[in-house]
Ligand binder design. Sequence first.
Ligand SMILES: Cc1cc2nc3c(=O)[nH]c(=O)nc-3n(C[C@H](O)[C@H](O)[C@H](O)COP(=O)(O)OP(=O)(O)OC[C@H]3O[C@@H](n4cnc5c(N)ncnc54)[C@H](O)[C@@H]3O)c2cc1C
Length: 413
Amino acid sequence: MEITERDLREEVRAWVTQNWDPALSLRQWRERLLESGWAVPSWPVRWYGKGLPAWTDAVVHDEIARCHAVSGVPTGLAGPTILEQGPDLVRERFLRPMITGEETWCQLFSEPSAGSDVAGLTTTAVLDGDEWVINGQKVWNTSAHHADMAMLLARTDWDAPKHKGITYFVLPMKQPGVEARPLAQMNHHNSFNEVFMTDARVPKDWVVGEVGQGWTAALATLAHERKFAALNRRSDLEGVEPGLALDEARAEADEIARVYSWYPQRAGRVDLVIEHAKSAGVAGDPLIRQEIAQLMIMYRASQATAERARQARQSGRPPGAEGSIGKLASSNIARQASKVHSMIAGTYGMLAGDDPDCPLDGLLAEITLSVPAQSIAGGTDEIQHNILGERILGLPREPDPTRGQPYRDVRNA
Ligand SMILES: Cc1cc2nc3c(=O)[nH]c(=O)nc-3n(C[C@H](O)[C@H](O)[C@H](O)COP(=O)(O)OP(=O)(O)OC[C@H]3O[C@@H](n4cnc5c(N)ncnc54)[C@H](O)[C@@H]3O)c2cc1C
């Protein structure tokens, strides 16, 4: 029989009442969550879950928080990828310390000349006895400066076609052969790095999926790219009972906030638009009202699409076009929100910093400079258009004269 939301919440509440102790360390608390299956309820029982349907994750997360306990576990993108792709040796080695937060992760996919076309990567892995030796450069790697492990794509077979010769590795970041150099962004944040690998080492078996099948595993990661919500934010911790677990969860959330604090601005801060118009005394301006109305139409329509996708997932239907539509909508909404904020602020919109005349206490400058990232991260607008055209509308595939050729010949041509 399928579990109802009410029964689920009751079961979680009873368990948290018996097991939550604010004096535990964050790791001890997460170990209890993990042993009970409530850390990742939709994962299989063998891999620390309860084998429940996907919708239960959010409900359980919410109910734990309502019980004034620390809720989120940092499974990120690597967790679901390793869970899906295996093999067991990799699941056994990495899932547990990921869930307890002992090992943090970053993604090493993009390269200076392989972003949208990530399958065109040239970082190379060569097997040397019991280890792979890695050489190459990655870029735009969020959190690479403090991560313990990386999801790494590297080429292991130059004689295979572009998508076939790639392997997906787990790279230990803290070793002499790996150097992460932070990149300064125009919005004054430093979320990204460029990562240089010079004879870096990976144990022979630390391969996600199979050698040469890295593209399949990479697609699994990209499909999860939008589910980053499992991490705790400071606001998620507001009601948590004080104690060691809360202190450590706050420290973890602060570290995350240092990297991601500009992400709400990158989405355009739709939530601030109406108040901004009112406080600037322009809420009655007909042109500004029209633009705000347009923004709200786009925003609500996108929420409806997201809800449709959520319900489809809940009822077990395969994902359709909603992912790409939602990604495109988020770019359009961010741009429209940034435009409206700038119209409201007028020439003051050009001010940045601590000046008292800065609109939204300086936040507008951050919105203006962060919004372009919305249409790049996780696949650009043009790439989403291509995906929708080819996979949903059935238009002809983008021509690729090199298809099927050994990648060595393509690069040397
Ligand atoms: C906020 C943020 C976080 C990120 N985090 C990470 C991370 O953690 N790890 C990681 O590996 N990467 C990360 N990235 C990198 C990101 O995946 C790439 O920036 C993205 O895939 C685009 O690649 P590119 O920057 O090389 O642009 P390019 O691929 O060089 O694209 C340049 C322009 O050409 C267009 N274009 C390219 N190909 C086509 C085509 N076939 N048809 C039509 N137009 C095309 C693009 O749309 C774009 O306008 C992040 C990026 C951002 C902005």
